[in-house]
Design a protein around this ligand. Sequence first.
Ligand code: ZN
Length: 261
Amino acid sequence: MTDMQATVDKIFILDGGVAEVEDGSIYSPGINVGVPMTLSCNAYLIRHRGGWLLWDTGTQDDLVTEPEGRIVAHGIRGVVRNTVASQLREIGVTPDEVGTIAISHAHFDHVGNCRLFRNARWIAQKAEYDAMFGPRPEDFGYLPELYATMRQNAVELVEGDHDVFGDGAVRLIFTPGHTLGHSSLLVRLPESGPVLLSGDVAHNRENFRLRRVPVFNADHEATIASMEKVDALLRSDKATLWVNHDTGQSETLPHAPKWIA
Ligand SMILES: [Zn+2]
């Protein structure tokens, strides 16, 4: 029997850099044409019964040495001012203490620091894993050198939704479309209640509400279906949606070393 009231202890939002695009309409065809946009990139460190789970890993720390950042993929510039490694140090957690890792998908702003976490058991969506380590990851805009070390992590392949710890506190929600094996994460916080970490099911709240599908998504119809799935979950579980790349929302949430319970 799963105890659906189980919660995690707290969550730290880590600053994983920003992504700068020259034309915001890549996320909303026909809308914001030629309008530059800056997207927050977050990683999320979750404390659960004495262990640590990391959801996404941000943009690669070594970009901190390049003040202007660098165009990494899809014409998107990654800029890092505050490394994930330094934020972990400030919290007092070493990368080796992170026991579990999961990623929404394998774009550079989500897997940039995967190589830091060699001890973590990786809960991987099989469709994403297959794309990452298949014959042509670059066809999906992936940069295998960012996550190559993950092949040596202990891997638990899952297909579809998955209860990460078996107690209902954290659930991987399969939300394909942006990529073939894309996932979101439902986290139950003791005081704030359930929070749904979007991954890139949408890139901001408006695009989510209006069901706008980015031009480079792997599957348009699946993206819409995943947004509907997330919307239904927000209602049924009375969950709050935290959109990773929504800069306006991200600025309202405390980041590490502060935490949210
Ligand atoms: Zn992203």
